[in-house]
Design a protein around this ligand. Sequence first.
Ligand SMILES: [Zn+2]
Length: 446
Amino acid sequence: MQKTDKPSTSGYKLKLKYQYLVAPLTLATTLILGSNLPAAALKINLTYGASVTEEQKEAAELAALIWEHYITDDITVNIHMDMSELRWGKMGTAIPNLRNNINYDQFRIAAEEEAKLAGQNTYFLPTAINPEYSLASGYKAIYKDVNRTTLEANYSEMLITSANAKALGFNFDSRSVLHGYIQLNSRYNWSYKYAQGTVDKNKFDFTSVVIHEIGHNLGFISGIDSIVGDAKPSTLDMFRCSDYSAKLGTIDFSVDSHRRYFSIDGCQTVFNLTETEQTTNKKGNIIDQTMTYEALFARGLNTRLGGDGVQASHWTDQNPDTGIMNPLLSTNTIRRITGVDLTAMDYIGYDVDLKKYYKTDDNGDYILDSKGNKIVKQLDLASLQSQAVKQAGGDNYRPEYSPDGDNGNETEVETFMYESGIYYSWWGGGEECDPSDPDYPDCTFW
Ligand SMILES: [Zn+2]
């Protein structure tokens, strides 16, 4: 995530078919969901480097608890966190444990199964028909060659974070116990009052940035942001479209000045969502604030090619903010996870409980406002905060996880960065990206 006032700043010829993948929810599934099994839950296990203060740990634990509240996959995600002197303009970075060579068909099968269990009967994934076997295999995407010519190509592999793979229930071998690493910039003045709903004057809200960086580690990334050269489209990129790609029936993995959008219907429409937030005014009256979000993606750092100057692994910066995965943050601003963020997480393979996000009645049916929109439920931040304080006091200091934290021994973060095949192949293997170096070049960090 970047600071607002200083924004710092790959294709198929066969006709792609967006397969209709999922059958309606079956009775058997309903019975399973309605049984008295213990509720499944996500656990985000945060560990910390030496320079993270107690106050920062509490603010970070709150961020983890907020994701845990909405996502119900029964998995544990281990994320290590440091305070580091990052470049000015960068609030924080995420370095997910990831792979660039995950078999797409394996992903598709797992994602379809996940969608079926969630009762999503309109779940589209870009699937190409293999000409040799006439079978659905791999997918197609638009990319651009060095001459900026738009081409299509078949892909059989994709980019995925280890947390995302775990949510989908498929194997992701790693020698590291970590699913990701986040750093927040120690150069900035931070505020730690998310639970109170306020921000200290002219400071940045710490918890908002940690929620955002955890979001990247969970899987909100685009292969477009890798400048190593051959990053494949990510799980999120499977829903990345342009008006041009919609005509071809492909996803769009290129950078230019035309809009890029998140679509859950095979690029036919831009995903958009209207929801109502209720706030209490000074007189104590509840005010309905209805927001419509249009899920446009950021177009990439390369403005020369038509990018909008921010990493493609975000929503584009627009008003209102689409959600927590907006690329920019201003001082005095708190940002929350929106229904659009949660929909994206849902479609890349997480189990998202929207009934924890929207108000429901005693029967579990959504309560609607006078215009028929779902109403966002306010989080019980006071209770989450007291839980965060407890968790922050635990045994969570792990120096051997931080890069260069273990005096020459390979640390957990370094292990997965090497394994990824992406972080350490800068310019063909010459220069390395070093997250502990404040002057490191722009490696693939989100
Ligand atoms: Zn970001």
